[in-house]
Ligand binder design. Sequence first.
Ligand code: XMP
Ligand code: MG
Length: 184
Amino acid sequence: MDENDVGSDLEKVLITEEQIRTRLAEMAAEVDRDYAGKDLLLVGVLKGAVMVMADFSRALRTNAEMDWMAVSSYGSGTKSSGVVRILKDLDKDITDRDVLVVEDIIDSGLTLSWLKANLSSRGPASVQVLTLLRKPDAAKVDVDVRYVGFDIPNEFVVGYGLDFAEKYRALPFVGTLAPHVYSS
Ligand code: XMP
Ligand code: MG
């Protein structure tokens, strides 16, 4: 799927496939260095992080394990409330493990801040966060994000795992949608 398949729904491409690939390779090299000799566990947050996880994990030289969580923020509309419910928990115990949370996007940072606290309470050796995208509001919440792919403007974005009403996740790039998509 690419921009030709979504017709006039797309407003513009913010980050190309090539830019994503290059940046994930840089981040993987950093993570390889930082976790040398450690037993790394990647925790992906469903569903948005599936593309980041697939490409980032394959760019790593480290032979990391993978696990997944699904969470939902209570509250209406497109704003996160900070009250989070676990829809799917990890399969495995993370006691004494070096955990790296893999995220698609950090917006208000409320979801992540809750998730980090939740994982930290399970007795891991460490919990760090990697995200492909970060929006400016994330700065308002004091949550340490070790690896950030791209800082982006405060616009709603889709593609590369990110959806609008469950659509556009399979686009290979990150972009914004034309206004008519939201009004129809
Ligand atoms: P907070 O605000 O708690 O929430 O950091 C992060 C979650 O909100 C969703 N989100 C987006 N999803 N395009 C999307 O498709 C966006 O621009 C966007 N901004 C936030 C996403 O689920 C993320 O994990
Ligand atoms: Mg997400």
